[in-house]
Design a protein around this ligand. Structure first.
Ligand SMILES: [Fe+2]
Length: 184
């Protein structure tokens, strides 16, 4: 019988391609993207939370735990401009209160713990502004928090083994460069 080169080879058809949890997340984020709205934010929050539960045996995650990068871009969307990054921070590492410009961001803890304080800028009757702290929340593995444009927080890493995912709606370097992202 003549071999038809267009037919899939039997051995290939018996080996389904293994899709990593990272590829699954990217696929979900890209395919149902609808910008800044409650549905998109909440489905991304669920997907990013699920990504924190990935097996550390997955090669991409094992490499990340081995590398412990201060900042690593795992994915950048050409079409929608969102980014997925991973960050390792040493214990006691502190980021001063800041907003995220016109961007919005999801933080999801992969390992260790971090304290986050959120703030609001209030204007009194005399027109004086002050930054008011809502208090501290400690985030551990599997916790994910959303910060919309204008939301302000500071972070304080509490453990040596801390690693988190940071999903940003755009490249925050542009928010800093443009002066839209503010530190307080
Ligand atoms: Fe932030």
């Amino acid at each position: 019988m003549k071999h038809n080169s267009l037919e899939p080879k039997l051995e290939n058809s018996l080996e389904p391609k293994k899709v990593s949890s990272l590829e699954q997340f990217i696929h979900q984020a890209e395919n149902n993207w609808s910008g800044l709205n409650s549905d998109n934010v909440n489905r991304l929050k669920s997907a990013l939370t699920a990504l924190t539960q990935s097996s550390p045996k997955e090669p991409w995650l094992a490499a990340l735990f081995n590398e412990k990068p201060a900042a690593k871009t795992l994915y950048e969307s050409e079409q929608h401009r969102f980014m997925l990054l991973a960050h390792h921070e040493p214990a006691d590492f502190y980021r001063q209160p800041h907003d995220h410009g016109n961007g919005w961001v999801l933080y999801a803890v992969l390992s260790g713990t971090i304290a986050m304080n959120t703030y609001k800028i209030l204007t009194d009757n005399n027109g004086n502004e002050q930054l008011v702290n809502r208090g501290k929340e400690v985030l551990a593995t599997g916790d994910c928090r959303v910060f919309l444009p204008g939301d302000i927080h500071h972070t304080h890493c509490l453990s040596d083994n801390f690693m988190q995912f940071r999903f940003t709606s755009c490249d925050f370097k542009q928010e800093i460069k443009s002066g839209r992202m503010k530190r307080f």
